[in-house]
Design a binder for this molecule. Structure first.
Ligand code: F3S
Length: 277
């Protein structure tokens, strides 16, 4: 079996930065509370929990005077302010590219645009963006969710950083008719685009792709969707134990790719195991 590893692949700048901030804060303070999972990779979160991280669902569960960590996907403005009030230290791991989307949404709202976010309404990043603007914004997870409405004056569109540019373009095109003014910000992150492009290149030369990443990771899911849409079967695993030998045995050349929140150690471990099979 030949192995080809996608390039670039794996951990993106924003997640790497958040983990470095978290590790350095853990060594300084010992105990830190994260509001929601700090990154979408259960194995890496488990490693950080072993170092003193505690993940809570809600800011109300963080004890007064403790140290809080803001995840790479960001949180709402209210949560950020509340963390600032009750915690002695707030380590803000919000990825600067996510912060940029939050700012753009705020600007669109201030300038009177009805904000449309292309993305998954259940994803923490999208919830965080919504939490920086008023209740008039809408979230659409694809062109099929654009419903016919009456004449609109100003629509401002942006997207979750891990969306595909094609999805943003399709949604935006639906608004051209019947709207006086459409402003579109392409807020797909460069790291996500690079990883999506690398899997497209990889798909041209392999019989199947092992995609490594948390089952809760949106950008990993995009990689799986791209691979399968190109007719290349994907095996999505979080860890080495999930590798299906029968699936691998039937293929001569296997590609390997990892989502933007997959740590290097996990990618290396799975590549080592694949080489031994
Ligand atoms: Fe940031 Fe892009 Fe990663 S938005 S968290 S660098 S995928």
């Amino acid at each position: 079996m030949n192995l080809v590893v996608a390039s670039p692949t794996g951990m993106c700048f924003g997640v790497r930065r958040a983990i470095e901030q978290l590790e350095s804060a853990l060594s300084e303070y010992g105990s830190i509370f994260a509001i929601g999972s700090p990154i979408h990779n259960p194995q890496e979160v488990k490693r950080l929990v072993g170092m003193g991280l505690e993940v809570v669902e809600d800011i109300s569960q963080i004890p007064e005077g403790s140290v809080a960590f803001i995840r790479a996907h960001g949180v709402s403005r209210a949560e950020l302010e509340e963390a600032g009030r009750k915690c002695r230290v707030v380590v803000d791991g919000t990825c600067p590219y996510v912060r940029n989307v939050q700012r753009k949404a705020e600007c669109l709202e201030e300038e009177g645009y009805r904000v449309v976010i292309v993305g998954d309404s259940n994803h923490p990043e999208v919830k965080g963006i919504l939490g920086h603007i008023g209740p008039g914004a809408v979230v659409m997870n694809g062109e099929s969710e654009v419903k016919p409405e009456g004449r609109r004056s100003k629509i401002g569109i942006l997207c979750q950083t891990t969306q595909r540019e094609e999805t943003l373009a399709l949604v935006a095109s639906k608004f051209i008719i019947n709207t006086d003014e459409v402003r579109v910000y392409n807020t797909v992150c460069g790291a996500a685009i690079e990883r999506q492009s690398s899997i497209k290149r990889l798909a041209a030369s392999v019989d199947g792709i092992v995609i490594i990443g948390g089952k809760n990771s949106a950008n990993t899911r995009e990689l799986v969707v791209i691979s399968e849409s190109l007719g290349v079967p994907a095996m999505w695993v979080e860890q080495a134990e999930e590798l299906n030998r029968g699936w691998l045995r039937d293929r001569r050349t296997i590609g390997v790719a990892a989502g933007g929140s997959t740590p290097d150690w996990l990618l290396e471990e799975i590549v080592r195991k694949l080489k031994r099979l």
